[in-house]
Ligand binder design. Structure first.
Ligand code: ATP
Ligand code: MG
Length: 553
């Protein structure tokens, strides 16, 4: 079932597995730890796991990897489900690693029975020291000599709360000299008298990631367990447990995590930004979180397209955020309703327009033939953008200037006749005349003008606040800089314009609407908007302004 695009390496593996009959049903999983909100890196993993299952007629489980009681919260669980759904994916099952605590406990007992696990009373410092270094083999201590019976008893006592945190651990007995340090008798269980968001106080011992993840995969019959490159050394351990426990043979495959320019992509760092008030919350529109991007106006389609375009790499790389913005622009161009908004107004009086109002028709979206029309009121007094007028323009200035003509979008051609100033020489208003034969769509004037300006009728305009966002950091590769990442915060990442003038069609905007404000960018309604106060977030500019900056240098 290959399409035109060449297969990525995981697709090749799956096609081979299907061809050889290793598996008949492809089952993947997305395994977030509920200790923060999902970010665009997770979106990559979601699109990959769900996308593969969809492509090969399989299924995907959503599994919360909630084995660490101290950092996990139900708030995060709910946000993760919301984000996965919003991205457009449906999971076959909602599972929790914590649901397997009893299974995992029994697996540990099996290992003890086989002489493959023991209770160790050493401190974490002693354990670290006995482990050796990559070049010096580790040494086993006396606790490794404990009998099966002794270990069974001690492990049961651990579970029953007989010991304090850190007093004992359960370790696998593998190979203290292995070049892969993770195989040097890794810890399987630690004691932690902590409340768990699901299991409450039922447990005071918790399995380590390595002892939980592979077995959870296996319990669910996951065929292809996809994770990021840092788990390569863990694969040997993943396979060892499955082999020794003789359980369903899930297999782990690793791909390069997504890193993106001008942002950070670790929940720990994102949490710092939230807790230290660098941003207003996880859903701040400058955050690389899915909830932040949603609030900013990104669409699920554009994020999926981005994840598809970056492909599946085997080596770490840094993706230009410009590519994400390109994908967003491409999608919004197709769906966004065109509207006119003036941010920094200057008044224009159309001296020869004598009707109270004329309702003009304008296409909602020229890219969408089914997009329909809206009405725009035109009247004697309008606002245009201050920067669209110059009293003494240079050559090739095609906007409004004394004696010059421009077209008002979807309306008429106007000519600037006079500039009215106050005693201090400040411009108060500009007097223009309009050409009645030049109406857009019915133009018989024979005039050709180069500039088209957006505008609003003053009497009909509504006001709104707009919020413009820029990169959250000033350097490309934030994670690889020498100083603390917060040193590189962009102080100017948010610009608020408290009062802009908008055409009345924007009055009934709702949170899911996407707009292109002519010449300004793509916008969406912010969640803080009320009936009395419209607020718009700029999702993305119309063009890549940063690309221009780079060319200029
Ligand atoms: P973080 O470092 O941001 O906390 P994590 O890997 O600890 O990320 P998990 O909740 O454990 O977060 O991740 C769930 C899944 O998403 C894992 O399979 C993980 O490999 C994947 N994932 C996390 N970050 C990225 C990323 N930047 N690119 C691709 N996949 C990622
Ligand atoms: Mg993690």
């Amino acid at each position: 079932m290959s399409d035109e695009k060449s297969l990525n390496f995981i697709e090749e593996i799956i096609e081979k597995d299907l061809a050889e009959g290793n598996y008949t049903n492809i089952l993947t999983r997305f395994p977030p730890e509920p200790n923060g909100y999902l970010h665009i890196g997770h979106a990559k993993s979601i699109c990959l796991n769900f996308g593969l299952a969809l492509k090969y007629g399989g299924k995907t489980n959503l599994r919360f990897d909630d084995t660490n009681p101290s950092t996990e919260e139900t708030e995060y669980v709910n946000s993760i489900k919301e984000d996965v759904e919003w991205l457009g994916f449906t999971w076959a099952n909602e599972f929790y690693a914590s649901d397997y605590f009893e299974n995992l406990y029994q697996y540990a007992i099996q290992l003890i029975h086989k002489g493959l696990a023991y209770v160790d009373d050493s401190t974490s410092e002693e354990i670290a020291e006995q482990k050796g270094t990559p070049t010096i083999p580790g040494k086993r201590n006396k606790y490794a000599l404990r009998t099966v019976e002794e270990n069974l008893q001690l492990f049961a006592d651990m579970r029953n709360g007989k010991y304090a945190d850190g007093a004992k651990v359960l370790r696998a007995k593998i190979d203290m000299a292995n070049a892969n340090m993770l195989l040097r008798d890794p810890i399987l269980y630690r004691i932690k008298h902590a409340h768990h968001h699901r299991t409450g106080d039922n447990w005071c011992i918790y399995p380590m990631y390595d002892f939980a993840h592979g077995q959870s995969d296996s319990l669910e019959n996951i065929t292809h367990s996809i994770c990021t490159l840092e788990f390569i050394p863990h694969r040997a351990l993943y396979d060892w447990f499955i082999e020794k426990l003789e359980i369903f043979p899930s297999h782990q495959y690793e791909f390069a995590r997504l890193n993106m320019t001008y942002t950070v992509m670790s929940k720990r760092k994102l949490l710092q930004l939230v807790n230290e008030n660098y941003v207003t919350g996880w859903d701040d529109p400058r955050m690389p979180t899915i909830t932040g991007m949603r609030r900013r106006g990104y669409t699920p389609e554009s994020i999926r397209d981005f994840c598809d375009k970056i492909g599946v790499a085997k080596r770490e790389n840094l993706i230009d955020v410009g590519l994400l913005e390109f994908c967003v622009r491409e999608h919004l161009n197709k769906i966004a309703l065109r509207r006119m908004v003036v941010c920094d107004p200057i008044k224009v009086v159309i001296t020869n327009f004598h009707n109270e109002v004329e309702l003009l028709q304008s296409e909602n979206n020229p890219e969408d033939s089914n997009g329909g029309f809206r009405e725009i009121p035109f009247s004697k007094e309008i606002y245009i953008e201050r920067e669209d007028f110059m009293e003494n323009p240079p050559k090739k200035y095609f906007r409004l200037a004394p004696g010059q003509m421009v077209r008002l979008k979807s309306a008429y051609i106007i000519k600037c006749d006079e500039v009215i100033k106050d005693a201090n020489n400040n411009i108060i208003e500009i007097h223009c005349s309009y050409i009645p034969e030049s109406k857009s769509g019915h133009d018989t004037s024979g005039l050709h003008v180069k500039g088209t300006l957006h505008w609003v009728s003053i009497a009909h305009a509504i006001t709104a606040e707009i919020r413009l966002y820029d990169r959250l950091f000033t350097v490309e590769d934030v994670a690889n800089e020498t100083e603390d990442f917060k040193t590189y915060i962009n102080e100017n990442s948010l610009t608020t314009i408290a009062k802009v003038y908008a055409e009345p069609a924007l009055q009934d905007s709702n949170i899911s609407a996407r707009y292109q404000f002519l010449r300004k960018g793509y916008f969406t309604v912010d969640k803080e908007a009320t009936n009395n106060q419209l607020i718009f977030n700029r999702t993305v500019t119309l063009k890549d302004t940063w690309a221009k900056e780079i060319k200029k240098q």
